[in-house]
Design a protein around this ligand. Structure first.
Ligand code: FAD
Ligand code: MLT
Ligand code: ZN
Length: 463
């Protein structure tokens, strides 16, 4: 930008001098946490309230610069990283951290977009309520980012994606208007459900400043098991049996590969307390009613009898359950320490997972024999993190394309939960149908005609 001075001055007058970061102070906001995406923002703005966000948006639009909303910056698709043009302003919500109200009877929480998930969960738990979003980044991810990505995680099986928890939203629109719909209502069919446009839109249609989320009763009991399984077909059969035996109390059914746990052992120093296998399942159930442990024991007995399990451990204490989860939650960090991966966040129909893995593995072995796989994910949602390691940079695009083509053949999704950001937008554009392109561009143009909101994210710039 030729002269950023007047805009910076205006933003300082709106938000205060200390809320406008430039130079080296922007470092933590200019790249993603994995250090894969790097940008050069014009400045980073840290407004304190919705009015400041709205005025800042108007100022940025007036100056013709792009706006990149940012929460905890834990996203895995580069959605919160600006480009390197020096013509984009990062608006971080990290100062808007008020939990305004918890209604333990109506089971709702109203909170600002910058509240960290773990903080919100702790506040809900103090009222004997659960905010049912669980992911390894919950100590850093913020409510606005979770809603903007429609985050998934390990509890989706029971509680659904973030979208299903959002009862009300406050959003600053690209023209500076504020859509204020912070209703604590479970039922509201008065017209179009406008908030849905912003959930999962990754900051491309507006800036979420506050939300009302649904809570559920905090389960008093949980039971957690780690099971070694011989193959994927056995894992899928065990999943069906778990649905029969544990029913709605089943909250997590996570798949981890033997290679993944080996990475955790090597790079994080954590060993699994079960015999080695090609695949492992981490299964959890939670309820306020007793009897869960018996149900899990029955499931495990059936698994051994049917030959679906070769070893297993049922956590005897909360600490042991946390230890089992730590293995699962360390996979991403271990993968990073081992040199990173071409990440795929795919979903395919659950009964077809075994065929998908076999066919894709065979294809990759013939394409890049030296590639190594770190496969894990939310088997109960049909969502696999199919991460391909040890691939030369020159081969990474064709590996990515080949995996996505296979996903398309299985009628799956190339982004089950992480979103498109800047990482997957071109692949979405390659695979989407003409009506999907058309509708996506019409929605973007209708809400953001100037194209100022997170340019190039989700909606391709040139299509
Ligand atoms: P950011 O990274 O800051 O932003 C993400 C996107 O949302 C960007 O496009 C940004 O522009 C937009 N955005 C942020 N705030 C706002 C706002 N207030 N208004 C409008 N747009 C906004 N994700 C899962 O779904 N499931 C998982 O299991 C999971 N596990 C993870 C584990 C680890 C170790 C890590 C590092 C990440 C994981 N993630 C997972 C990804 C990430 O945590 C989620 O995508 C999360 O929702 C991002 O929240 P955030 O506040 O960090 O958002
Ligand atoms: C997970 O399930 O742990 C996450 O989505 C993180 C990842 O894919 O690396
Ligand atoms: Zn995940």
């Amino acid at each position: 930008m030729q002269d950023a001075g007047p805009l910076l001055e205006m933003l300082r007058s709106i938000c205060g001098d200390s809320a406008v970061l430039t130079g080296a102070d922007m470092a933590g906001y200019a790249s993603d946490w994995r250090d894969m995406f790097h940008g050069k923002p014009l400045c980073v703005l840290r407004p304190a309230n919705t009015a400041e966000v709205a005025k800042s948006v108007v100022a940025c639009v007036g100056a013709g610069v792009g706006i990149v909303p940012q929460g905890g910056n834990t996203g895995l698709a580069g959605g919160a990283t600006p480009d390197d043009s020096g013509r984009q302003v990062v608006i971080s919500l990290d100062r808007m951290t008020a939990i305004r109200r918890i209604d333990s009877i109506g089971m709702t929480v109203e909170l600002e977009a910058g509240v960290i998930l773990q903080t919100a969960k702790e506040a809900a738990a103090a009222e004997n309520r659960l905010l049912p979003i669980s992911l390894a980044a919950e100590g850093s991810a913020r409510i606005g980012g979770l809603i903007a990505t429609n985050a998934g995680g390990v509890d989706v099986l029971r509680y659904g994606m973030t979208r299903g928890l959002v009862l009300g939203l406050e959003v600053v629109l690209p023209d500076g208007q504020v859509l204020h719909r912070l209703r604590h209502l479970r039922k509201d069919n008065a017209g179009y459900d406008l908030k849905q446009l912003f959930i999962g839109s990754e900051g491309s249609l507006g800036i979420i400043t506050a939300a009302v989320l649904r809570l559920v009763p905090l389960p008093r009991h949980r039971t957690t098991a780690l099971i070694s399984v011989p193959d994927i077909a056995a894992a899928v059969r065990l999943y069906a049996r778990a649905q029969d035996d544990i029913g709605e109390a089943l909250s997590a059914f996570e798949l981890i590969s033997g290679d993944g746990l080996a990475l955790v052992a090597t790079h994080m120093g954590q060993e699994a307390p079960v015999k080695g296998a090609d695949w492992y399942l981490l299964i959890e159930a939670g309820s306020s009613l007793p009897g869960l442990r018996t149900a899990m024991e029955t499931l495990m007995e059936a698994a051994f009898e049917e030959g679906w399990a070769t070893d297993g451990v049922l956590a005897e204490s909360e600490a042991q359950a946390d230890g089992l989860w730590s293995l699962r939650e360390s996979l991403t960090e271990a993968e990073g320490k081992a040199g990173g991966a071409i990440k795929h966040d795919l979903s395919v129909p659950i009964p077809e997972i075994a065929d998908f893995l076999q066919e894709t593995g065979k294809m990759l072995r013939s394409m890049v024999p030296e590639a190594r796989l770190n496969i894990f994910g939310h088997l109960g949602d049909g969502n696999l993190h199919y991460n391909v390691m040890n691939v030369a940079k020159a081969d990474s695009a064709r590996v990515n394309t080949a995996v996505h083509d296979m996903v398309a053949r299985y009628n799956g999704s190339i982004s089950a939960e992480h979103g498109l950001g800047q990482y997957r937008t071109a692949e979405w554009a390659r695979l989407a149908t003409p009506p999907e392109h058309d509708l996506t561009h019409r929605i973007k143009r209708a809400l953001d005609p100037m194209g100022v909101m997170n340019p190039g994210k989700v909606v391709p710039l040139h299509d």
